[in-house]
Design a protein around this ligand. Structure first.
Ligand SMILES: Nc1ncnc2c1ncn2[C@@H]1O[C@H](COP(=O)(O)OP(=O)(O)OP(=O)(O)O)[C@@H](O)[C@H]1O
Length: 424
């Protein structure tokens, strides 16, 4: 708990109501008084009382997809918060009905603050309501036949906001700020990076934000940023991940590229390829491979692939939105037909390699996004690698920019050569 940690210079978040009824967060000194802590409870959305907040089976704002994955057997259930109608957060019980189906039941309250799913049975607390259905084995609704058998506890990746102490801002993400923080767990305290999501975000944005965490949870590799967990009990939602103090590779290249030894550039390429080759084996289409999404970690500035906000594990993805897309990193088939695949990641890897040997310059210098698109699609235009680029690299980049996706090499196929070059 926060009060057991003795450094008052650290700050943590607490939730504060505004007069408009929306929630915002403010930083508080650690060790908030008992009065403050009471406020914190009262201000939380959906009138979550302490019996619920501390229950192992209460999963906060965990998305439906994550909840469903936790419910393995018939009768397994969790309690969570969800957005019922736009902007209205309600408590809900998700229960596995059979191998295919999970049902979600909203917990209603009446004017006298009684809780119920079916008006036929009301209780004064949510725990009493859950106990009633668990002990009587009455279905939550006659039509569903859904019965509560076993409460499923929070998974190890669900962490408490209380365990996260914000230290300073590291950067700006698409959904909110990214902070350097200290994460305190049974294992001790460690520095982490925390991506936050603004409290007022829509359900859609929330799902996108947490999808990134879901993707990252599957991976475990030294060249891929590791996730520690998500905090979804209150706002702001947070994703805690391994901290890469060296920041984005793009910034590093802009600052140090001109004086960087060629050996270091070759190593950056090999390490990025190692991370990507691992993702390729996991069938993960990253969709946003670029120097800005490679972070640098530790004394040696080890490259770690990050930002899984757009990634997917489908073999081929057709995305009609093409909204805010990084045009200069996109393959011709993506620009033309909006098709993403492991081979469009290989194309983007080629652009990343160009960035590394071009000291972090913006790809297709002097061309706008529209001009770039037109030149690639209509004239098969390709960038030239800088003159001092090793010949092996230029060859691989040329292959990665083949117009035909199947003719581009798999990253795993070029990895041995890239590693050999880095070790020279
Ligand atoms: N694990 C981390 N360690 C250190 N810094 C990080 C980490 N993750 C993110 N940052 C910093 O925060 C910035 C924004 O993060 P990131 O790009 O992942 O956010 P995002 O929400 O995916 O935004 P966008 O989609 O616009 O790129 C990064 O450029 C980097 O400076």
């Amino acid at each position: 708990m926060a009060s057991s940690i003795g450094d008052p210079s650290k700050v943590k978040y607490r939730i504060q109501s505004t007069t408009s009824g929306t929630k915002k967060f403010k930083k508080t000194k650690e060790g908030a008084s008992v009065e403050d802590k009471k406020d914190e409870t009262k201000d939380d959305e959906g009138s979550i009382t302490d019996d619920i907040r501390n229950a192992d089976f209460y999963h906060g704002l965990i998305p439906k997809t994550d909840a469903e994955a936790l419910l393995k057997k018939e009768g397994d259930f969790v309690l969570r918060k969800t957005e019922h109608n736009t902007g209205v957060i309600v408590l809900c019980i998700s229960v596995r009905v059979d191998a295919e189906k999970v049902k979600h039941f909203v917990i209603n309250t009446d004017a006298a603050k009684n809780y119920f799913i079916d008006v036929a049975h009301k209780e004064t607390t949510v725990s009493n309501l859950i106990n009633f259905y668990k002990t009587t084995k009455n279905p939550l609704s006659a039509a569903s036949g859904a019965k509560l058998r076993k409460a499923v506890e929070r998974p190890p990746w669900a962490i408490n906001h209380d365990a996260i102490f914000i230290m300073k801002k590291l950067g700006q993400g698409a959904f909110g700020e990214v902070y350097l923080a200290e994460y305190v767990s049974e294992k001790g305290r460690e520095k982490v990076a925390v991506k936050t999501m603004k409290g007022e975000a829509s359900r859609d944005a929330r799902n996108k934000f947490l999808k990134e965490a879901r993707m990252m949870r599957k991976y475990d590799h030294k060249n891929v940023v590791r996730i520690l967990g998500v905090a979804v009990h209150e706002h702001p939602l947070m994703i805690a991940m391994e901290c890469c103090e060296g920041g984005a590779m793009s910034s590093y290249l802009k600052k140090n590229g001109k004086t960087m030894p060629m050996k270091e550039k070759n190593r950056f390429v090999a390490e990025a390829a190692e991370g990507l080759s691992y993702l390729e084996k996991q069938q993960c289409i990253h969709r946003d491979i670029a120097a800005r999404n490679c972070l640098l970690s530790g004394k040696n500035n080890t490259v770690k692939i990050s930002d899984f906000g757009m990634s997917d594990d489908k073999a081929i993805l057709h995305d009609d939105t093409l909204e805010k897309v990084p045009v200069k990193w996109l393959a011709p088939e993506t620009l033309q037909d909006r098709i993403y695949s492991l081979k469009s990641d290989v194309w983007a890897f080629g652009v990343l390699v160009w960035e590394i040997y071009s000291n972090g310059a913006e790809p297709y210098p002097g061309l706008s996004r529209l001009q770039t698109r037109a030149k690639i699609v209509l004239t098969d235009y390709r960038m030239k690698m800088p003159d001092d680029t090793p010949a092996e690299i230029t060859k691989i980049v040329t292959q990665s920019w083949d117009k035909v996706p199947d003719k581009r090499p798999a990253i795993s196929a070029v990895l041995p050569d890239l590693k050999k070059l880095a070790d020279k």
